[in-house]
Design a protein around this ligand. Structure first.
Ligand code: NAD
Ligand code: GLY
Length: 371
């Protein structure tokens, strides 16, 4: 595959790191891990690779082979694919494996997989021995453009998603866009919702690029994927640089569409809607809400709807969910981003720019469930 690699810098002072993006990038894992750990080729390298049952073959095995061929000692631990693995019980099993591996501060934890593996392995790396070096190797589009960047790690509590966790930046992120070749279509399209989100919240030119490259997006054209992943990582890096620990509200713009989406995911039953599918519908509701408040016109809604539909994402709230406006409101109130009961929405005032708005009447919020 032609190399059109790029490196995005996440600028966070002493916690800065690189995201290396290319097709066919996996074989560089040893060289880049050594570079990011500050270890020379003649120093020992001990690697603890966490992956899941769908990613083990071929991707985690390829990482293991590349590392061991270069003389590293490698332990691979494979968790069951799926959100249920993001648990304290699974983290505890990984701590046991790390003890058996005699992991110390010179051991690097590598997450090879989607957001579930990245969040779980990152949390374990953050907490074992008060912090092991951590490298992300994301293999879903969502993980490449979102979860592997920015240092949010964690596991779920039975009563809430991502309730246990910490901010812990990786030492580096290696993206091989070729790993998406095995990604199921629905998972790939779910990641595209987050890609489109970046265009709406931060970059009108990127949004137009997506509109002009629908065929490339649908065919997973390598050049289009490379550009898309690179630009999304740059955009997320800007947001994280401004508000690493989510204290100023700047990072909240990443939640465009997510307040509605959270309620849709919960009420449809976890798994019925993939996260990106819920976000797609949530962005449409969010843009209708922006129109109700006089912030945008029909054209801005229509452009989003057309693009989401063109990449085969859902854009309408099901009849079943539309019939439950009170449940939707209740669910939104429980979202941990809600402050003192006042629902906050990230809303566009044009394509490429959003603001966080509160104090919206509940009726206006639920009226936007239907077009
Ligand atoms: P995931 O990790 O469950 O991956 C989706 C599915 O694709 C899984 O079945 C997985 O086994 C499979 N898969 C992964 N890579 C594959 C490949 N290359 N080929 C074939 N199958 C592959 O889900 P996700 O969508 O990547 O991530 C969702 C998780 O990320 C959620 O837990 C969410 O909370 C978290 N998240 C975290 C952040 C953050 O900032 N840390 C941001 C967004 C989402
Ligand atoms: N995915 C939201 C964030 O990283 O803040």
């Amino acid at each position: 595959m032609n190399s059109s690699g790029q490196t995005v810098h996440v600028d966070l002072g002493s916690r800065s790191y690189e995201i290396s993006i290319d097709a066919g990038n996996l074989p560089r894992i040893t060289e880049l891990t050594r570079l990011w750990m500050g270890r020379s080729p003649n120093q020992a390298l001990r690697c603890f690779v966490v992956t899941d049952t769908n990613v083990l073959h071929p991707h985690a095995n390829a990482v293991k082979l590349a590392l061991s061929d270069a003389g590293a000692e490698v332990q691979v631990v494979c968790v069951k694919a799926g959100e249920a693995s993001k648990s304290l019980a699974e983290a505890s099993d990984l701590y046991d494996e790390l003890v058996d591996f005699r992991a110390d501060r010179k051991t690097v934890v590598l997450a090879v997989g989607g957001g579930v593996v990245g969040d779980l392995a990152g949390f374990v790396a953050a907490t074992y021995a008060r912090g092991l070096l951590f490298v992300q190797v994301p293999t879903t589009l969502l993980a490449m453009v979102d979860s592997s960047v920015g240092g949010k790690t964690g596991v779920n509590h039975p009563k809430g998603k991502n309730l246990i966790g910490s901010f812990y930046q990786p030492a580096g992120v290696l993206v091989d866009t070729d790993t998406m070749a095995t990604l199921p279509d629905r998972e790939y399209r779910s990641g595209l919702a987050e890609v489109i989100k970046y265009g709406v919240i931060q970059d009108a030119e990127f949004f137009a690029y997506l509109e002009n490259n629908v065929a490339g997006l649908n065919e997973r054209d390598p050049a289009v994927l490379n550009h898309v992943v690179g630009r999304c990582c740059e955009l997320k890096a800007q947001v994280v640089k401004e508000d690493e620990h989510e204290t100023t509200g700047g990072r909240a713009i990443l939640n465009y569409g997510h307040t509605y989406a959270h309620a849709f995911e919960v009420l449809a039953g976890y798994g019925a809607l993939l996260h990106g599918e819920a976000v797609s519908i949530g962005m449409v509701c969010g843009s209708r809400l922006a129109k109700s408040l006089g912030r945008i016109g029909d054209d801005e809604i229509q452009r989003q709807v057309e693009l989401l539909k063109a990449v085969h994402l859902p854009v309408e709230v099901s009849q079943e969910l539309q019939a439950k406006p009170d449940d939707i409101l209740k669910c939104m109130q429980l979202d941990k981003k809600t402050v003192s009961g006042d629902l906050k929405f990230v809303l566009p005032d044009r394509i490429g720019h959003v603001e966080t708005i509160g104090g919206i009447d509940s009726k206006v919020i639920v009226d936007c469930l239907a077009g």
